[in-house]
Design a protein around this ligand. Structure first.
Ligand code: G3H
Ligand code: ZN
Length: 284
């Protein structure tokens, strides 16, 4: 069934696990995430990013409606989240499209501007009954953004600043920059667990890890133990899908029916979903 993302995150916090949130781009991604979560018998979040909406010609509803329908028919709780929203026009579309939560991304702006924009987004979201996540510090590596030095001053989230940011913006959850980077194709990120511990102590909202595809299993487990309650994964699905399709097409150069290779691509994504959910310790 379709449930609220905030509830899943709150439940994960109580059980000291984390809920996995997967970025979906195609219908196959949507089906794979739900199927993978059903195998793990765990709740899951389907997230649609602003970049995915751009890929779909700027239209949110084709993917959102597919995700809603898949959620309603799932045997596990599934929530819809609108991810990395920078456009106010897209933000406004979250209401009424099945989304229970949004991530408003003004992390590239200077602190005061990030705070002002995030507070306005949070006021709007709460008036609509939506849960809202924001980012302070910068995870970096997002498609369409200049590369970021994850070790540069200001890239990591500062605990005292984060405390003030959450209090002054009113957001329900915070994405923190603790050493992960978006779109990594190797699982080699080393997280700053001491910083995470200080952030968890300073903040009373759930903490979100972005760029989790590049984070090894033991680092993910440590992050969950350290207070991360939502884990965002995108690239790992694309690695699984593209790899499986490439193998299939190499082995079957005569293939033309798209269902043949989409079937293996979707199955590879579903396996990745189940595996990551099990690492996070989430259960139904
Ligand atoms: O918000 C989405 C995530 O941060 C995805 O990051 O593609 O590096 O796993 P990833
Ligand atoms: Zn992200």
């Amino acid at each position: 069934p379709l449930v609220a993302a905030g509830e899943l995150v709150a439940r994960a916090a109580v059980s000291r696990t984390a809920v996995a949130a997967f970025n979906v781009i195609t219908l196959e991604h949507v089906e794979a995430v739900v199927a993978g979560a059903e195998v793990a018998d765990a709740p899951v979040i389907l997230q649609v990013s602003e970049n995915a909406v751009k890929f779909r010609g700027g239209r949110l509803l084709p993917l959102a409606n597919a995700a809603s329908a898949a959620a309603e028919h799932a045997s596990v709780p599934v929530a819809l989240h609108l991810d990395h929203v920078q456009s106010d026009e897209l933000l406004r579309q979250a209401a009424g499209a099945g989304f229970s939560s949004v991530m408003y991304d003004a992390a590239r702006l200077p602190y005061a501007e990030n705070l002002a924009a995030t507070r306005a987004a949070a006021d709007w979201a709460h008036a609509q009954g939506l849960w809202i996540e924001a980012e302070l510090g910068e995870v970096g590596g997002k498609t369409g953004q200049p590369p970021l030095d994850a070790h540069a001053a200001g890239a990591r989230t500062d605990p005292a600043e984060a405390r003030a940011f959450v209090a002054d913006s009113g957001v329900d959850a915070l994405a923190v920059a603790v050493g992960s980077t978006h779109a990594m194709t190797t699982r080699t990120a080393a997280l700053d667990h001491d910083l995470l511990k200080r952030l968890a102590a300073a903040l009373d909202v759930p903490l979100v890890l972005h760029g989790s595809s590049g984070v090894p299993d033991d680092e993910l487990r440590a992050a969950v133990a350290g207070g991360i309650t939502k884990v965002n994964v995108g690239t790992a699905l694309n690695i699984a899908m593209t790899g499986a399709i490439r193998d299939y097409l190499t082995a079957h150069p005569e293939a033309v029916d798209s269902r043949k290779y989409l079937t293996v691509g979707r199955a590879a994504m579903a396996e990745t979903v189940t595996r990551i959910i099990r690492v996070l310790g989430t259960t139904g």
